[in-house]
Design a protein around this ligand. Structure first.
Ligand code: 13P
Ligand code: SF4
Length: 323
């Protein structure tokens, strides 16, 4: 009689069943974590799944602010993150004291916080957004009202451009991974792959110049798209070109290659790897499921204040981005 050997993936599924847990993974996780998860997606899609799931425990394979957002939306559920050390350099660019001081300088302004922020910053904000609905979120605010957009300067510039509003103040934060994907990388890769489509995350340092270069005719305007990670997966599904250059964290390539085997997806900068996203390993995922750690807690008063901003966010914008 042959005996089947249980793999770590079997063990994840067994422990998740035992704990009544759903395993969510962001598009930047390593391929092995993406493949073992129940759902993979962008931050908006995963927030929506976290808000709707029947499971009593959510294991969030992503970074800490994502798990915190799930806890804000589902305070009665247990939310686990495989390691609480998985932070975000962009979220760290603004704290609640800095936001209060900024608000005091702009009385009457609406505060739009990108989801890459701490729960305390969300609690001081009027509405949150992700890269997939930032433009719609800002368009939901009366045109004459000033907007404080934080913390990502490149996403803020993208929103300014898309909405055509000049009353948007933008915090000068950036993500070290996306800021590192430079216009020089774009020029070199486009020269090497002149027929490629371009998928660019709006957090990228190159996003503004990509649009500018497209406008100048240096990049293919019809083949350059600024998209969230979930938007990239949707765009890849229908793609017919032979090559696509992808300007975001390299974990993204796994889902793109899964949904479209015809197109060759290449990183705009192969060094664009987020060390926080790569902290989640199979061992830490197993530890989370076995030992119930690291549990994410948000103080009740902070969560109550932040919930309004996060619920407004998940009500706005496209509903794709995850599966
Ligand atoms: P998405 O919302 O596009 O998934 O991006 C999240 C993120 O952290 C980008 O760095
Ligand atoms: Fe934060 Fe950048 Fe990592 Fe996204 S890629 S989690 S914004 S540090």
């Amino acid at each position: 009689m042959t005996q089947t050997v249980a793999t770590w993936q079997d063990e994840v599924h067994r422990l998740a069943r035992e704990r009544d847990a759903v395993v969510l993974a962001h598009n930047y996780m390593t391929p092995e974590i993406q493949d073992v998860a129940d759902h993979v997606g962008d931050s908006l899609a995963l927030s929506r799944i976290a808000a709707q799931t029947d499971a009593s425990t959510i294991v969030f394979c992503g970074v800490h602010f994502m798990a915190e957002t799930a806890k804000i939306l589902s305070p009665g559920k247990t939310v686990l993150v495989p390691t609480e050390l998985a932070g975000c350099s962009l979220a760290d660019t603004i704290d609640v004291e800095q936001l209060r001081a900024w608000k005091a300088e702009h009385p009457g302004a609406a505060v739009v916080a990108y989801v890459n922020t701490s729960a305390a910053v969300k609690a001081e904000s009027d509405i949150c957004c992700t890269s997939s609905n930032a433009v719609e979120v800002v368009e939901s605010i009366p045109r004459e009202q000033e907007v404080l957009f934080l913390p990502d300067q490149f996403l803020g510039a993208h929103v300014r451009r898309q909405t055509g509003r000049d009353n948007i103040q933008v915090w000068l934060g950036e993500c070290h991974v996306h800021a590192g994907i430079s216009p020089t990388d774009v020029r070199a890769q486009v020269a090497a792959h002149p027929d490629a489509e371009l998928l660019v995350h709006p957090e990228c340092g190159c996003a503004n110049s990509a649009i500018w270069l497209a406008g100048e005719g240096e990049l293919p305007m019809g083949r350059t798209q600024i998209l969230s990670t979930g938007g990239m997966v949707d765009a890849a599904r229908g793609m017919t070109s032979r090559t696509a250059l992808v300007a975001t964290e390299i974990g993204m390539l796994h889902q793109l290659r899964k949904v479209n085997q015809h197109t060759t997806f290449l990183p705009m900068n192969p060094k664009a790897s987020c060390r926080y996203m790569k902290m989640t390993t199979p061992d830490l995922l197993l530890r989370a499921l076995r030992e119930g750690r690291d549990e994410v807690e948000v103080p009740v008063d902070v969560a109550a204040k932040a919930r309004n901003a996060v619920e407004r966010m998940i009500a706005i914008g496209q509903s794709g981005g995850g599966e």
